[in-house]
Design a protein around this ligand. Structure first.
Ligand SMILES: NC(=O)c1ccc[n+]([C@@H]2O[C@H](COP(=O)([O-])OP(=O)(O)OC[C@H]3O[C@@H](n4cnc5c(N)ncnc54)[C@H](O)[C@@H]3O)[C@@H](O)[C@H]2O)c1
Ligand SMILES: O=c1ccn([C@@H]2O[C@H](COP(=O)(O)OP(=O)(O)O[C@H]3O[C@H](CO)[C@@H](O)[C@H](O)[C@H]3O)[C@@H](O)[C@H]2O)c(=O)[nH]1
Length: 443
C-alpha cells in the first residue's frame, strides 16, 4: 500500500515512520525545505524516543521518503493524510489555514479517486470544509473525480509517540463512505491485530471525539490542581488524596497528578478551540472555561511559592531543572517553564537552567537580552545549574531529576530550598535531609 503524509512534524513524522515500518510505502511531505533536506540527510528534527532508529531503518529499506512536492507524493499514492498544524487563531478557534491550503493543493492535482484523511486535530465540520475546498478546485479545472474525506484523529502523546502509534488504545475513523472505510481498514489492519481497535463512526462524531478526549484529560488535571491548592491551604497532603481517589476504579490513577499546570501543543489549544465551538453553537462552556482558568492560574503557583520563600528575588540565583512541557520531549510549546522563568527574570533574578533535551528549543522562547545580560544561564549539567543557587525549582519530571544525589545537591545550593512543581520528592525525606521543601499541595 502506498500513502502520503502531508506535514512532517510530531504527528506526521511519527505516523509516516510507523506506517512505513508496517510495510507501507510512505512519502512524507513538508513545505519546510530545510526540514526535508535534513531528513533526507538522516537528521531527525525532533526528539522523540525510538523515532531516530525507526526513521533510519525505514529509509534504508526504501519504505520511507521525504519530499517538498505534494504533487509528486500524490502521483505515487491514493491515501493522503493531512497532519499539518492547527494552532490557536485570534479568536481561540483552531486556525485551519494550513489544512485548507493542503486541501486546495490536493484539489489542484487530484487525478484519480483518493481518500483524504484529516489527522490534524480539527473542529467539527472541518471535513466538510476540506471537501468543499477540494471540490472547488476540481470545478475550476472542469473535471469530475470521486474522492472521500475521512476524519482520523490522532491520540499519541509526545515522549511516547512511537509506542502510542504502534499500540493504540483505539483507532477512530469517521466516514460515511463504504469505499473509504474498506481502504482505512486496510491501512490500519496491522495496528489492530491483537484485537479490533478500529472504531468506525460518523465524520463529525470522530472530530468531536478528539476534542472531548483532550478536554476530559485537561479537566482531570485542572480538577486535581484545584484540589492540590485546597490541600495547600488546608494542611492536607494531596498525594494521600490522589492515592485515595485513584483507587476508585471509576476515577482511576491516570491524569490526576497535580503540578504546575498542563502545557504542550494540544491541551491548551484544544480546550480553547472547544470553548470557541461551544460559543458558536450557543452552548455555555462553564466546565471548559473553569478548566482553562485553573490552568492559567496554576502556571503562576510555583512563581508565587518561590517569591514567598525567597522574598524579593531581585539579585537571587534560581536553578531550574526541566524546561520541556513534559519529560521525553524537546517540545516547549506552552511549557509552564516559560511564564515561570520570564517572571523571575523580569523580577531581577538570575536563572540557571538545565534540561536533557530542550536546551536548544527553549532558547527561542526567551528574549535574547536575558542571555546577553547574563541573567539567563544555560548549564550543560544539572549540578552546574544548582551551584550557589538560592533555590532549586523542578518544573519537568525527567527521570534524571527524580533520584539526584541529595547530599551533592545540598552542598551545591547556597540555600537549601527546593520547590517541586511536579511532586516527585518526598517531603518528609527532604526535610530530614535538611531541605526547605515545598511541593504542590504537599502540606
Ligand atoms: N503533537 C502531538 O502530540 C499531537 C498529537 C495528536 C494530534 N496532534 C495534532 O496534529 C496536528 C499536527 O501537530 P504537530 O505537533 O505534528 O505539528 P508540527 O508543527 O510539529 O508539524 C506540522 C508540520 O506541517 C508542515 N506544514 C505546514 N503547512 C504545510 C503544507 N501546506 N504542506 C506540507 N507541510 C506543511 C509544517 O512545516 C510542519 O513541519 C495538529 O492539528 C495537532 O493538534 C498533535
Ligand atoms: O496527571 C497529569 C498528566 C499530565 N499533566 C500535564 O499535561 C500536559 C500534557 O501531557 P500529556 O497528555 O502526557 O502529553 P501530550 O503529548 O500533550 O498528549 C496529549 O495531547 C495529544 C495531542 O492532542 C493527545 O494526542 C494525547 O492523547 C494527549 O495525552 C503536560 O504538560 C503534563 O505535564 C499533568 O499535569 N498531570
Amino acid at each position: 500500500m502506498r500513502i502520503s503524509v502531508v506535514g512532517t512534524g510530531y504527528v506526521g513524522l511519527v505516523s509516516g515512520a510507523c506506517f512505513a515500518d508496517m510495510g507501507m510505502n510512505v512519502t512524507c511531505v513538508d513545505i519546510d525545505q530545510a526540514k526535508v533536506q535534513r531528513l533526507r540527510e538522516g537528521h531527525i528534527p525532533i526528539f522523540e524516543p525510538g523515532l531516530e532508529p525507526l526513521v533510519k531503518r525505514c529509509v534504508a529499506q526504501g519504505q520511507l521518503h521525504f519530499t517538498t512536492s505534494l504533487p509528486d507524493a500524490m502521483a505515487n499514492s491514493n491515501v493522503y493524510f493531512i497532519a499539518v498544524g492547527t494552532p490557536t487563531g485570534e479568536d481561540g478557534s483552531a486556525d485551519l489555514q494550513y489544512v485548507l491550503a493542503v486541501a486546495k493543493e490536493i484539489g489542484e492535482h487530484l487525478k484519480d479517486y483518493a481518500v483524504i484523511v484529516d489527522k490534524s486535530t480539527v473542529p467539527v465540520g472541518t471535513a466538510d470544509k476540506v471537501r468543499a475546498t477540494i471540490q472547488a478546485e476540481l470545478d475550476k479545472r472542469g473535471v469530475s473525480i470521486d474522492f472521500d474525506v475521512v476524519s482520523n484523529p490522532e491520540f499519541l502523546k509526545e515522549g511516547a509517540a512511537v509506542d502510542d502509534f504502534m499500540k493504540p488504545d483505539r483507532i477512530v475513523i469517521g466516514t460515511e463512505s463504504e469505499r473509504a472505510r474498506a481502504i482505512m481498514a486496510e491501512v490500519y489492519q496491522e495496528f489492530s491485530r491483537n484485537h479490533n481497535k478500529i472504531m468506525f463512526m460518523g465524520v463529525r462524531d470522530a472530530e468531536m471525539t478528539k476534542y472531548a478526549a483532550n478536554a476530559m484529560l485537561a479537566t482531570k488535571i485542572s480538577f486535581m490542581n484545584e484540589i492540590a491548592n485546597l490541600c495547600d491551604a488546608m494542611d492536607v497532603d494531596v498525594e494521600q488524596v490522589r492515592h485515595g481517589i485513584g483507587s476508585d476504579s471509576r476515577i482511576g490513577y491516570s491524569f490526576i497528578y497535580p503540578g504546575c499546570g498542563y502545557g504542550g501543543s494540544c491541551f491548551p489549544k484544544d480546550v480553547k478551540a472547544l470553548v470557541r465551538m461551544a460559543h458558536e453553537a450557543d452552548v455555555k462552556p462553564y466546565v471548559l472555561d473553569a478548566v482553562e482558568a485553573r490552568n492559567a492560574d496554576q502556571k503562576k503557583v510555583v512563581a508565587a511559592k518561590t517569591q514567598r520563600l525567597l522574598g524579593n528575588v531581585k539579585g537571587k540565583r534560581i536553578a531550574v531543572w526541566g524546561l520541556a512541557f513534559k519529560p521525553g520531549t524537546d517540545d516547549m510549546r506552552e511549557a509552564p517553564s516559560i511564564p515561570f522563568i520570564t517572571r523571575m527574570l523580569e523580577a531581577g533574578a538570575t536563572v540557571c537552567v538545565h534540561d536533557p533535551e530542550a536546551m536548544t528549543t527553549s532558547k527561542r522562547e526567551f528574549a535574547p537580552k536575558w542571555i546577553e545580560n547574563g541573567q539567563l544561564i544555560y548549564c550543560n549539567n544539572q549540578f552546574d545549574a544548582v551551584k550557589d543557587a538560592d533555590a532549586l525549582v523542578l518544573l519537568t519530571e525527567w527521570k534524571q531529576y527524580r533520584q539526584p544525589d541529595f547530599a551533592r545537591l545540598l552542598a551545591s545550593l547556597k540555600a537549601p530550598v527546593v520547590i517541586d512543581g511536579r511532586n516527585v520528592y518526598n517531603p518528609r525525606r527532604m526535610k530530614a535531609l535538611g531541605f526547605t521543601y515545598e511541593g504542590i499541595g504537599r502540606r
